[in-house]
Design a binder for this molecule. Sequence first.
Ligand SMILES: [Zn+2]
Length: 94
Amino acid sequence: MKSRQPVAITTLARYDLQRPDCERAMGSLWEYLDKELTPTMWRTNGAHITACERCHPRMSFDRALLRAVRASDQSTRAPARLRAFLETKREGRA
Ligand SMILES: [Zn+2]
């Protein structure tokens, strides 16, 4: 009888991003959402994100988050921890 090794969640997450197209698309997701990519990169990443079952949900979540932040009262600054978290995500370090 074989023993089964548990697979760490972090291992699965790393595996997901080992696909070159996913890595590229998710590595510049916030630039994509902010339309800060070149037109060619924006189209290439957009085509991937629209079709990819891994990247599309993440893009939808981050887009909703971005819209919520932008729609919030601009005169109220986000707490320092939230701003730091968003900055980390924006730089692709999360
Ligand atoms: Zn993908």
